[in-house]
Design a protein around this ligand. Structure first.
Ligand code: HEM
Length: 572
């Protein structure tokens, strides 16, 4: 992880064109146009189990003194250097790193260098144009400049050969093979059979808690719900984590937390596999990975037993005629891949599926957590969202496909929540060849780059009133759903370029359906005095859980329900 040779402060910027050959300027606006497009609550038992947010534990090595040394040696650089004090850097070690990155952006500007050791640093990017340049230059056959660098190294122990972190030709082939499994017909079936029914099951659980008057940790509920959903969608397997504690939830969190710890570990003992079982933190993380892999292998084995020659022929015929293949009784991604008779070894298949399980679980759970938190804390927005849900759903407990398309305000609420709380809050890349960013900053080969999605989404130079929750900011509801393209990379919750999230449509549909189901039946209220806090795993988590009082809403008036149904029928 430590870069050799000259300090990256010196290597990063030798160009006379570089804008940073002056004193770090105060942060100036780069775009001004409007959006174009505590403590645990109570002692009584509560629904929604909390995870152990320390994961496998923290690194014992503080980078403080090394950072100071770096700043002394790197003083000749022209790129603004973050004034990273040891206290601030502590946040790198398992805390909310993105908050420190924001502070340095305000002090040093949208592109700065963050020293992390005597010869190592991150080039931190908080500017949409530079982010676009880097993201589009990753695994792009026309301009292949960046790879996943550090993130691939630190998460290899978890994802193995999985395509979420691999690169080059291997990644390209796997993405091409797995991508088609999430086709539109598959999403439609998921909406009907998985998203809606799983959310209704979660509602049953909430009803029990509501009746008992117990506070509920909604973060826990969402984590369980999204694990159950991704289990069914990818493996056709019910983890049933809403009913019984699934050790998989903690295992996924522990493994992801370990990747973050590794990324900031100055004494990377994890690079020596022989030592891993001797170090308690790493042992815990490896045990978590073993559990996840064992579970995945079992599911693959069972699915292979189900698929016969006839099904393989049907899948091949569909592929040849350019149609999407789906097994009606088991539409899962796993079944798709096995029926498609892919020439792929079982380790690759295991790691690809595991990539989807991990990438699709906690991210969506966190998006749901913060959307509910924001709605509850913004009652006027909640009223609008609930009115839309009542009107669109009518007497149905869960949305149909046509109704999903009509839940436009709710969709904007999810979009806006992912602006304020992006998961993950930073994206990592490494320069494979020397590069120049828009604005003239030189990037030397080997430089680690950190795109702070959180900073871009919170920057007063990019968004008006960035800290407020304003779902209306993305323009008229009949306009497009915001994404990286129609905001010119000012809004990148699913990243952008060739490595953009493969499950973005899946995740949005899942989140909107789950919220529609729950908000139709219940009202939510924060437990008074409960401080949620913020920390990071790979996503933004609460520190103390999202404890809420849940109450059943009064039944809707039949007239209103009928009006809602008519309205949707007219649009469908
Ligand atoms: C709200 C939910 C989600 C968020 C915020 C999210 C976010 C992201 C982001 C930011 C990336 C790109 C990382 C990078 O550029 O370095 C990514 C990649 C990925 N996501 Fe998602 N994701 C979500 C849900 C899902 C779901 C539901 C699935 C699967 C069904 C999924 C599967 C993947 C995979 C496989 C990749 C790697 C793609 C590649 O490298 O080619 N994600 N996700």
């Amino acid at each position: 992880m430590l870069l050799s040779g000259r300090s990256t402060h010196q290597r990063v910027c030798d160009s006379s064109k570089c804008k940073s050959s002056r004193k770090p300027a105060p942060f100036r606006p780069i775009h001004r146009e409007r959006g174009s497009v505590a403590t645990r609550a109570g002692d009584e038992p509560s629904l929604g189990k909390s995870i152990d947010s320390a994961g496998a534990g923290r690194s014992i090595f503080s980078p403080g003194w090394l950072t100071q040394l770096n700043m002394l040696w790197g003083g000749k650089s022209n790129v603004p250097v973050a004034n990273a004090k040891p206290d601030d850097i502590k946040e790198l070690l398992g805390g909310a790193l993105f908050k420190a990155l924001y502070k340095w952006m305000l002090e040093s500007g949208p592109i700065y260098l963050l020293p992390t050791g005597p010869v190592s640093s991150f080039l931190v990017i908080s500017d949409p144009a530079a982010a676009k340049h880097v993201l589009r230059g990753t695994d792009n056959p026309q301009r292949n400049v960046y790879n996943k660098g550090l993130v691939a190294e630190v998460s290899q122990f978890l994802f193995g050969k999985g395509f979420a972190v691999g690169g080059g030709e291997e990644w390209k082939a796997r993405r091409k093979a797995v991508g088609p499994s999430l086709h539109r017909a598959y999403l439609e079936v998921m909406l009907d059979r998985v998203f809606g029914s799983s959310a209704l099951f979660a509602a049953e659980k909430l009803r029990e808690a509501a009746a008992a008057g117990r506070p509920v940790n909604m973060e826990g509920i969402f984590s369980q719900l999204t694990l159950d959903i991704i289990g069914k969608a990818v493996f056709n397997y019910d983890f049933n984590s809403l009913t019984s504690d699934s050790p998989i939830i903690q295992a996924v969190y522990t493994a992801l937390k370990e990747t973050e710890t590794r990324a900031t570990d100055l004494l990377p003992l994890w690079k020596f596999p022989a030592l891993a079982w001797l170090i308690p933190r790493q042992r815990k993380a490896l045990e978590a990975v073993e559990l996840i892999r064992r579970t995945t292998n079992d599911l693959i084995r069972k699915c292979k037993e189900m698929v016969d020659e006839e099904e393989r022929r049907a899948a091949s015929a569909a592929a040849e005629s350019g149609q999407d293949y789906m097994n009606a009784s088991d539409p899962s991604v796993l079944r798709f891949l096995i029926a498609a008779r892919e020439e792929v070894d079982s380790l690759q298949l295991r790691d690809d599926l595991l990539s989807m399980l991990v990438a699709g679980h906690e991210t969506t759970g966190s998006a749901l957590t913060w959307t509910l938190y924001l709605l509850v804390n913004n009652p006027d927005k909640m009223t609008k969202a609930v009115a839309e849900i009542d009107s669109v759903l009518g007497s149905r407990p869960a949305p149909s496909m046509a109704q999903y398309g009509q839940l436009r305000y709710l969709m904007r609420c999810v979009n806006e929540s992912m602006r304020l709380y992006p998961h993950p809050p930073v994206l990592l890349r490494r320069a494979m060849v020397p590069d120049e960013l828009p604005g003239g900053f030189q990037v030397p080969v080997g430089q680690d780059v950190m795109i702070s999605v959180y900073n871009i989404h919170h920057s007063p130079a990019v968004w008006e009133d960035p800290e407020s929750f304003i779902p209306e900011r993305f323009g008229p509801l009949d306009g497009p759903v915001p994404n990286e393209q129609n905001t010119d990379f000012r809004y990148i919750p699913f990243s952008g370029g060739p490595r953009k999230c493969i499950g973005d449509q899946f995740a949005l549909m899942e989140a909107v359906v789950a919220l529609a189901v729950l908000l139709k039946q219940f009202s939510f209220e924060m437990v008074p005095g409960h401080q949620v806090g913020m920390t990071t795993g790979a996503t933004i988590h609460t520190t103390n859980g999202l404890y809420m009082h849940v109450r059943e809403r009064q039944q809707q008036q039949p007239a209103a329900a009928e009006a809602g149904e008519k309205q949707v029928a007219a649009v469908a």
